[in-house]
Design a protein around this ligand. Sequence first.
Ligand code: NAD
Length: 268
Amino acid sequence: MTDASVAASIAGWERPRPLSDRTALVTGGASGIGSAVVRSLAVRGAHVIVADVDGDSAAALAEEVGGSSWTVDLADTLALTDTVLREACAGVDILVNNAGIQRINPIQDFAPADFRLILALMLEAPFLLTRAVLPDMYAAGFGRVINVSSVHGIRASPFKSAYVAAKHGLEGLSKVTALEGGEHGVTSNCVSPGYVRTPLVEKQIADQAVVHGISESEVLSKIMLTESAIKRLVEPDEVGSLVAWLAGAEAAMVTGASYTMDGGWSAR
Ligand code: NAD
């Protein structure tokens, strides 16, 4: 082969689209890790429903990737009735529970309303969505539930009581989904990143600088990355690739697992 013919075949090379007959629903899909997951699934051929409280950003991303969007406040769990969920989740083969927020405060100062909000968004909503997608997945004999947990689903950290509790709960819910879904062709796994370069973390860096009275660069070097063997933030695309792999056929025997992507933090 000449250099020119190699170049021509690379230019004409089409990326395999192993998810082209799949529909995915990604919560919190309009920003950060969620938007990287949306792009990662869409580039592999999936039709992606971008579910987010930020309806404008969700619609813009859905248009970019040829998907659709669902404007929804997932913390308002009383509004997530069976009827609403049945309509939103019809035909979903891949559910990615990703939407999340963070509040940082010592327990004695932690507002009970904030605790309830985080548990509703990050544990109850994933339960309700999982409950809604399973009947169609069982009928089809295929399904993937992928829960975006955190290293805080495995290890605790001070001042993040609600977040740590919600993520630990999500790890448990994910395992139960795996045990119940296995014989129906449904797998369920957690992806558990360390600090990822997203708007959520950028806000957290600023908040921690205030709480500890140090600079933002010191928050990275003295707090966030001290436990990491690879001293950098995770990139959202790296999480997106792992989610896409879990969604595909190659991961059929992977279930009930929690994949850390934390630069070695949890190995310590
Ligand atoms: P982000 O703030 O960039 O994105 C979160 C998305 O969730 C936003 O689009 C937001 O609009 C949406 N959202 C927030 N509240 C919602 C609600 N009530 N209903 C519907 N959508 C809502 O955050 P991110 O860093 O990409 O985090 C995504 C997930 O990854 C979260 O579950 C988070 O806990 C987890 N995570 C993040 C990191 C990190 O370092 N960024 C690390 C580990 C785990």
